[in-house]
Design a protein around this ligand. Sequence first.
Ligand code: UN1
Length: 508
Amino acid sequence: MNQQTIQEENKANVKAKRYLNYIAGDWVPSVSERFTVNINPATGEVLGEVPQSTKEDIEKAVLAAKQAQKSWRLVPAPERADVLYEVARLLKEKKEDLSHILTSEMGKVISEARGEVQEAIDMAYYMAGEGRRLFGDTVPSELRNKFAMSVRVPVGVAGLITPWNFPIAIASWKSLPALVAGNAVVWKPATETPFMAAEFAKIYEEAGLPKGLLNVVFGSGGEVGNAIVEHPDVDLVSFTGSNEVGRKINERAGSLLKRTSLEMGGKNAVTVLEDADIDLAVDGIIWSAFGTAGQRCTACSRVIVHEAVKEQLETKLLERVAELKIGDGLDEEVNIGPVINQSALQQIDEYVKTGVKEGAKLLCGGKILAEDGFEKGNYYAPTIFTDVSPDMTIAKEEIFGPVTSIIAVKTLEEAIEINNSVEFGLSSSIFSRDVNRVFQAMRDLDTGIVYVNAGTTGAEIHLPFGGTKGTGNGHRDSGVAALDVYTEWKSIYVDYSGTLQRAQIDNK
Ligand code: UN1
């Protein structure tokens, strides 16, 4: 039975959940009155449905946001933060339920789902703390009896467009700093993971966030996403997703003079030097290449290894892959869940075929799993290529699936050059016991995140998340750097001399 038939069959039996848009503090259908189904990628089962919204729904959401922001910006930031503390508490209370919903609609294994919800909890506490900081500078004025300082002020209405691979963590990286800084939010979550968005909105509602400050509109990028980017009252757009879509958003928003914060993926590498702890490197590679079925922007999709330890590394990697259990992520024993949908599955398989065609050697995997209990979900076998050269397609493009490629090198310098040769610059990692070479790598790896003796995944929320080159446009999610996306600087000079003092003139 193909996926289409399964979905049709399930659709007929849908007793499942229906969520509505959340606009101006009300749960409302789209003006289109149409709905899209939400499908469990592990089983093909229809979980429920959400509105297929239009530009008109965005109009309503932006209007509500604009109105609500007028009074929210006047609420003292520590008081705004009280709502975030409550969001954090509720997320913590509902962690287990949220994790189950997350696994059901996104597919990541339950332990990772718990980790992701925890990331949102951490972010909520952290950003709540920012409500009592939001630091600016006080500086001496160059003139007597004059005071000078800078303060952060909200930008206005923030348009958020978020991906399905981290439906609550990434939404938390964006919505929490936006709100604590005094903005209102219009949010289009990914079509594949709408329930987490609705659940997050419910938590904001229960936490007492005033109506209209967070609006969730479900729908496609083409319709709803574009409407957010185009709307004159949306002051900034924060997007995480593909490089192709990010570029388009940047071009359009750029011509409208809107701020954009873009995070657009990676082609991350683990480098293993000849003095590395090989068992530790194997742990790091397996976890960061195959965790989340490789569907992380930070996933390890290249392994750059010193030729002296290549064979040893390959043997150990193969032993570990053989032990991985693939299946429905709700099963606590499972290590790798499904990929998000059928088209992702096909795309991953296309990349693998291209790898074979271009002469890479397949060490393991390389196929869609469609039998022996895997019939109903979107499963791909964990795949390792070796003898990969840096100019092959699989070594350059983001695959977003459980596929990694081994590239052999002779020196650290060569490894760094290959690491930096790709279009992206999100994350990198080096395994070595030589402190001098590690520091050289820390300096020269051209990525926004560098790990030493750990895989390429696992960013913590209190440091900036983002990258160089095709990964982004200079902004960062999470950490205190996120506040730079959601605030404008205002410099204020207070002259208490009672005279007109001309800067740069009267004091020279
Ligand atoms: C992503 O893949 O877009 O560092 C986010 C990590 C996670 C976040 C990943 N904390 O892998």
